[in-house]
Design a binder for this molecule. Structure first.
Ligand code: ST9
Ligand code: ZN
Length: 341
């Protein structure tokens, strides 16, 4: 109800007043950042994570330098391949399959997706899907782990360095996670997560370039390990930050999630976030699949369905979408679909 009130108010404001309001909520102006820091409860900051993320970013800057001036082209190519593998592990595996059950997958495909998801090092599938389900069910409330109302930085990466709000844990305990508990692939990955993630995210990405094309060990670790990891993290985090703030809302104007094409492009089709929060069970996470909407994940799921590894793909009928657009959309639907054609 809170967000509905906010949007009614937004309609009465001039574009400049709207921009100011958004900036204030984003807290990207100096006063906002200072007031955010003042209101911070420092006892809840998880310093270990903050230091780890700071180090990761320092290594990644060095990785960028090595990538530009020293790395062999094979190492760069290999890092790009790793980006696609890790990204699919998140978009197709953790997100569309395990969090939303928007399609079903046979065991070989689930094993591959779990391996890919491990390369991404974003917590194990069980924890990722649990936090994501609580995010959808209680979006933009205290029970949302990366509640966008707490500012851009918090929803982007701040939440990973700060103790969770008690509501996240309380509401999370009320979720039915039996499907995850009954999936042996998910539980096996959870059991061996620590050694698996160190191997998949850092050891193999370093060892393979050294062994197969004689890359320097430091270059391999910094580029294919740290830099690639950091890039995939920020792209994922943009779905929670940018795509909850910037973009049209053709399906439901009363919620934060927005249609953001830049995020969609980087995140293999995951930026059509206004649609996704309205119809979370749709395996396309967008109204349209295909290359024209950068929905690479959708194309891969379609391919896996063709070879019999994915099945029971769930979608939404055009009539249902149309009714929802008329009832709650922000009026940009017509111009948006025209552009897509
Ligand atoms: C990372 C994840 O980066 C990113 C996820 C992004 C999601 C994006 C979604 C967007 C859509 C998809 C688009 C994909 C696009 C991909 C494009 C790719 C190119 N329910 O957690 P604790 C329990 S991870 C129920 O320690 P604290 C918990 O079980 C990065 N229970 O809380 C535990 O119980 P027990 C690497 C819950 O102390 C207890 O509560 N990883 C829930 O507040 C305490 O849990 C990291 O950096 C729940 N929801 O700490 C690690 N939650 O004791 C980050 C918790 O009984 N995490 N519980 O076991 C942490 O260090 C901590 O979780 C913390 C909070 C510091 C954040
Ligand atoms: Zn989702």
């Amino acid at each position: 109800p809170d967000s509905a009130v906010k949007d009614d108010l937004l309609d009465d404001l001039t574009p400049q007043e709207q921009a100011e309001l958004v900036e204030r909520e984003l807290k990207i102006n100096l006063r906002g950042i200072i007031s955010n820091l003042r209101n911070l409860d420092w006892s809840k900051v998880v310093w270990r994570n903050l230091i780890m993320f700071a180090l990761l970013h320092i290594y990644s800057v060095y990785g960028l330098y090595l990538a530009l001036f020293h790395a062999k082209w094979r190492t760069i190519f290999f890092s790009v391949v790793l980006y696609f593998m890790a990204a699919l592990g998140i978009t197709m595996g953790a997100h569309r399959l395990w969090s939303h059950r928007s399609f079903k997958a046979r065991t070989p495909l689930r094993v591959v997706l779990a391996l890919f998801q491990t390369i991404a090092f974003q917590n194990d599938i069980y924890e990722w899907a649990r936090d994501h389900r609580v995010h959808h069910k209680y979006s933009e409330t205290d029970a949302d782990p990366h509640n966008a109302r707490r500012g851009f930085f918090f929803s982007h990466m701040g939440w990973l360095m700060y103790r969770k709000h008690p509501d996240v844990i309380a509401k999370g305990k009320g979720l039915d996670l039996s499907d995850l508990e009954n999936d042996p692939v998910v539980m096996l990955q959870r059991k061996y997560y620590l050694p698996a993630v160190v191997t998949a995210c850092f050891v193999l990405p370093t060892a393979i370039p050294c062994i197969y094309w004689g890359e320097h060990v430091v270059t391999a670790l910094m580029v294919a390990g740290f830099l690639r990891y950091t890039i995939v993290l920020h792209i994922t985090w943009f779905v929670n930050s940018l795509a909850h703030w910037v973009g049209n809302k053709p399906y439901d104007k009363s919620i934060y999630p927005s249609q953001n094409s830049v995020v969609a492009y980087l995140a293999l089709g995951e930026g059509w976030h206004n649609y996704h929060h309205v119809f979370p069970w749709d395996y396309r996470t967008a109204e349209l699949g295909g290359l024209v909407n950068y929905n690479i994940t959708c194309l891969v799921i379609d391919f896996c369905a063709k070879i019999g590894q994915a099945y029971d793909l769930r979608t939404v009928t055009p009539e249902m979408i149309g009714r929802r657009v008329t009832r709650t959309g922000d009026g940009t639907y017509a111009s948006m679909t025209q552009k897509a054609k």
